[in-house]
Structures are given as structure tokens and as C-alpha cells.
Design a protein. Sequence first.
Length: 283
Amino acid sequence: MEMLPTEDQILEYEKKGWFVGNFILPEEIIDKAKKGAKDFYNGLKDYNLSEFTGIADDIFDDTAVIRNNEFVTLQKKELQALGFHQLITATAAKLARTDEIRLFADSLINKLPTNAKKEGVVGWHSDKAYWPTCTSQNMLTAWIPLQDVTIDMGPLLHIDQSNQWKDEKELKSFFSFNNQDLSAFENYLSKNKSNHIKSAMVLKKGQVSFHNCNTIHASYPNISNKNRMALAMHFQDKSNQYQKAYKDNGDLIVIGYDQICEKDSDGNPNYSDKKIFPKIFKF
């Protein structure tokens, strides 16, 4: 496909940690996904998950600034059509240098307008920090806004080249998706990585950004007068498998997705479970 990343673009992605796709998705598929999201919020589903233990499944709360629901592409056909779109999955495969892409998770996030400086923040984190049970360092996420995203809407914010900091353990003490205070980590960066660059994903409707699982990212509040809705697709490359990981106290780490997938012959989570982690692209 002509719209897939070139080798030079893949090398740049591997250095910088993120990439904006060479394509614009058809407006119709975005509009259908947005309608599907609204139907989902109203309780309408096309497919049913058998288990929700350990995954985000927020219900409507008029006091909440952020709503997060996972595995929506396995519940709503319009969201699946968007998240599994071949241009997205093929681009992911190219960037991860793999011939196969499997779903690992997805997240439909609706960020409502707020005047507060801290409400509606997604804290600094890397996705891999939440996935220590995964063997691959090449997993990646596609971020798909369902409308134009301007800077005042709190777009996804990447730190360039932070994917290369994956072995710096002191950084992980700052990581939390739900941390509403971004300043502590930013102060750390100012002192220890003064040349760091933040890149905001200010995208037009139909554009898609991709980031490596080790890329550190966050987002500020949505201070516009519009909802900021986006679908994040977390992808496994072919090589990814389950590995045991342990907390500092020696306890086995069990991530949410381990609780909803089938187990292999050794009783470990099967990250190739066809129902939860389906293969969605192959070259």
C-alpha cells in the first residue's frame, strides 16, 4: 500500500517513539464510529463480552470529566470497523516490523470540557509500564480521534524519544494514568532531561497517530467547549507472549486483561486467545 510508512519513516518512529499515519480515514467511517460510541453509551451493543473483571467499563456519571471503556471493538460493530481498519493495522504492522497484528486491548475515552486546571488530566505514563507481563517491546498504540483535535481540547501529548528511556526505573515512580498532577514529572524532566521535546497530537478528523509501548505520554484537560472523544487501539506484534512478572514484594503481577482471557496448558494467560486477542492483520 502506498500510504504505509516508508523505511525512513519507520526509522524515525523508532527514534522518536511516535508517528502520524500517511493516510486520512474516510469521514463516513469516523461518523459511523461516533454514532456507534453514542449508542454504546446508551447501552446498545452488537456483541457481548463474557467477562468484565479487571477492565475499565465506566458507566455514565455527570460529575466525571473522563469516561473510559475498554474492549469496545469487541462489543460495537462500528467501533470495530474503525479500530480494525486495514490502513491502521497495516501501518501498525509496518512500524512494529511484524507480519501479524493481534488486538491487545482498546479504550474509548470521552473527555468532557472543563474549566478546572487538573480535572480531566490523563497522567504521564507509558503503556508498557502497565503491561510487564508482555515479552515484546514493539507493541504499539493507535490513537484515533473522532473529531478534529485542537490544542485546547487536551490532545495526546508525547515526549519525543522517551521510548529510549525504558530502562530508567526512576521514571516509573511518576507514572499513573489517573494522576491529575502533571507537574512533578515535568519538574523532574526540567532538571534531568532539559532538552526534552513534547509533541501534541493536534490532528484533523481522519488522522491517526501511533506510539511505541515505551513512549511516555499524557494529556491536559479539555478546556474547549466540545467533547474530545478518541479510540485508542493497543496492538500486539506477532512475537508477543505472556511472561511472569512480579511486584517488589514478590507477588505475581496480574493485569486486568489476564482475568478475561483463556489460559494456556500451563494455566497462564494466553495472549493469542482468539476471542479476546484476535488476529486482525496479516501481511
